[in-house]
Write a protein that binds this ligand. Structure first.
Ligand SMILES: Nc1ncnc2c1ncn2[C@@H]1O[C@H](COP(=O)(O)OP(=O)(O)OP(=O)(O)O)[C@@H](O)[C@H]1O
Length: 683
């Protein structure tokens, strides 16, 4: 593998805004960072401070209005930069039916250049397994009991596999979202120390982190401390205490430093309540917005002479608005806002301090901390760090081609099935049992008049079951695979169409086997025609129905964001297809406004063919009670077909129409998956 390109990261005057109903909301406000290569950086702050947004901004995964710049060396984010950057998500999204070794090998096959030989790729994977200390569980299935896959590796091991997936390409920059969330202290320490080790050869790693223990916090080199989207501190971890002691803030003994500074830059409960009340009031008055900047404007409008005073007098705000808008009804709880005098007893503040204003936990206090940081030597140091002039050599090599990527994805799908033998058996046993039951119900079908409708019933069930079984299996399986697809799309691992083709190919054996099993069992038990030609047509159209069902399920799954929504939408679309297939209602009697549905109904196309196929060449007789005026009404299959619109059906025309349905639904699926990908990745 090529050496790591050492990449420093520069954030200059970066602001990020999102559009809300009330206009733009500032999530990050003029952030400046200079991160040397080879450093481990922690982004911390209270909930909602903007940690994830900053990480995503660096990863180029935000869609909103941004200003300023984020540079890797001297380049902004691009496809080229994306190739040396890796993002480790908070959710451990991976194929839970594979083992860690298989997962990493497939990532290596997909993402490493084709010039790297198989043996070398395997060695890379082994090195990662070793460095992440997951060799012992490398061949244990990851597992996911909630998805019906037996429990496998532990949460901490899964987290390390997740990190490992980001390491395969030997990235120069790794961005990690909350690597320790949900882990016990020991495992959290292990994961962070692994990240620390990874920086030793020059990688730059930036991680958001939630309430790290002191021992974990000390592993980091730099701290980015955010409060309400503003930068309160960026500098070495070991300078934090000196920095804050210069303004008379000292962490009490044996205090967790990370917790202490997060508390220091968080709004107190009273202030949050005040914010909440302003929010409520602003809704009532439709004028004010809760954010600090707007409060400033209100304040400045109110009293120009008090320019320097940052304190916000809520009662005055209230009075002003009442006057301006002639609104008398102020929410009751607005009057009752009780703001504690000492926001947090953990902080002993020296009142002689002229630089920092307001009490801990107030907006005024946070604003003066931000101002203090902006005027500090740390900020000067950040801004003085020189952005390199030369373009970096990123040692990028040609990736594997799309055909090969599709093959690798298909192989990965089959490996997953191989690891889930029980699932495969269940999927094949289910149609077999169903066919046995239905065969039993309709066994020994007669050639009397009563046998006409029984035959239609069996054929309707046979076609419908193909569709339903395929749809249900896809609706349950695709959402999990879609999550992995979206994760891998973030890394530009392969195009949507490769994923889609591999999905269709992996599902193909079931699409062929399930209909074959059903028709092989049902035909002899019930007494349907069993000569090879009839059997071939029946199985062919069962397979087409099964593929059409799977294509339909894929489309619905791809178009919806959650499996729950897919399960609501699929039946709504399916029921008209069942009604208009020609079994439930005579198609000549359908109201004109709805009769078009039959032309896009795959169940109808298959059902018409299998009916014609079955009835052609059959002879029927009558019992005494079935005679009409002494005559047996239907004596041949052809007669029945002519009476019920089935006679003129052309097998091959219907097969082509089925194929057209399948191709169109596949195209829609690719379109919806691409849309989901764009929504998620912005690309
Ligand atoms: N697309 C968006 N639209 C509206 N508000 C947003 C959007 N993205 C983020 N925010 C808001 O921006 C703020 C920062 O969000 P972000 O997720 O970055 O916070 P965080 O520090 O990572 O929080 P947590 O620790 O709770 O995950 C939050 O108040 C959030 O509600």
């Amino acid at each position: 593998m090529s050496e790591i390109t050492k990449i420093p990261i520069f954030v200059r005057d970066y602001s990020f805004n999102v559009k809300t109903k009330k206009g733009y909301k500032t999530i990050l406000d003029h952030i400046n960072l200079s991160i040397p290569s080879g450093s481990l950086v922690a982004i911390i702050g209270a909930s909602g401070a903007g940690k994830t947004t900053l990480l995503n901004s660096i990863a180029g995964r935000v869609s909103g209005k941004s200003e300023g710049s984020i540079l890797f060396g001297n380049e902004p984010h691009s496809n080229r930069i994306n190739k040396i950057l890796s993002y480790v998500t908070q959710q451990d999204t991976m194929h839970t039916n594979l083992t860690p070794r298989q997962i990493l090998r497939f990532v290596a096959d997909l993402r490493l250049p084709k010039t790297i030989k198989k043996q070398e790729k395997n060695q890379i994977v082994e090195n990662i397994l070793k460095s992440l200390q997951i060799e012992h569980c490398a061949d244990t299935i990851v597992g996911s009991p909630e998805s019906g896959i037996k429990r496998g590796i532990s949460g901490g091991e899964m987290k390390r596999v997740n990190i490992g997936m980001g390491l395969v390409t030997n990235p120069s920059v790794i961005l990690v979202d909350e690597p320790t969330s949900g882990l016990d202290a020991q495992t959290a320490y292990l994961c962070t120390s692994i990240l620390k080790d990874l920086t030793k050869d020059g990688r730059t790693i930036i991680s958001t982190i939630h309430q790290p223990r002191q021992s974990i916090f000390e592993l980091f080199d730099y701290l980015v401390l955010l409060s309400h989207g503003k930068l309160v501190y960026f500098g070495p971890i070991n300078e934090i205490e000196n920095y804050f002691s210069a303004i008379d803030f000292y962490p009490p003994r044996n205090t967790n430093l990370a917790d202490w500074i997060i508390d220091l830059v968080s709004l107190s409960e009273g202030e949050l309540k005040k914010e909440e009340t302003i929010n409520k009031l602003s809704k009532e008055l439709s004028v004010y917005q809760k954010d600090e900047i707007q409060l400033d404007i209100i304040h400045e409008e109110k009293d120009d002479k008090k320019d320097d005073k940052k304190e916000i007098d809520l009662n005055e705000v209230d009075k002003d608005k009442e006057d301006d808008l002639e609104i008398q009804d102020i929410p009751d709880d607005f009057e009752d806002v009780d703001i504690p005098k000492i926001a947090n007893p953990n902080f002993i503040q020296n009142n002689s301090n002229e630089i920092i204003k307001g009490e801990v936990g107030t907006l005024e206090f946070i604003k003066s901390l931000v101002k203090y940081y902006n005027d500090s030597d740390l900020m000067k140091k950040t801004l003085s760090m020189k952005i390199p002039k030369q373009k970096m050599d990123l040692h990028l090599e040609r990736p594997v081609n799309l055909f090969r990527k599709t093959l690798i994805l298909t192989k990965r799908g089959f490996y997953g099935l191989r690891n889930q033998k029980r699932y495969v058996i269940q999927r094949l046993l289910q149609p077999a049992l169903l066919a046995c039951f239905v065969g039993w119900v309709f066994s020994g079908i007669s050639n009397k008049q009563s046998g006409l409708m029984d035959r239609m019933g069996i054929l309707f069930f046979t076609i419908l079951s193909q569709m339903l079984l395929s749809i249900i299996s896809v609706l349950f399986v695709l959402p999990k695979e879609k999550a992995v697809f979206l994760r891998e799309s973030m890394d530009s691992a392969y195009p949507t169409v490769c994923f889609f083709i591999s999905k269709v190919l992996t599902d193909l054996p079931f699409a062929i086997l399930v209909p074959t099993i059903i028709s092989i069992i049902i035909t002899p038990i019930t007494g349907l025609q069993t000569n090879p030609k009839h059997w071939f047509i029946l199985i062919l159209f069962c397979i087409l129905s099964s593929v059409a069902g799977s294509a339909f399920g894929l489309m619905v799954s791809a178009a919806t964001r959650t499996p729950e929504t897919a399960l609501i939408i699929a039946p709504v679309m399916l029921v008209p297809m069942i009604i208009f297939c020609g079994f439930m209602i005579n198609l000549d009697n359908i109201t004109k406004a709805l009769s078009w549905i039959q032309y896009i109904d795959p169940i109808k196309y298959s059902f018409f063919v299998v009916v014609k196929n079955e009835f052609t060449g059959l002879k029927f007789t009558c019992t005494q009670s079935e005679l009409v005026q002494g005559v047996c009404p239907i004596t041949t299959g052809e007669q029945f077909l002519k009476l019920n619109r089935f006679y003129n059906v052309n097998y091959w025309e219907n097969a082509l129409l089925m194929l057209a349905f399948i191709l169109i639904t596949w195209s829609f699926s690719v379109y919806f998956l691409s849309k989901a990908r764009k929504r998620e990745t912005g690309r």
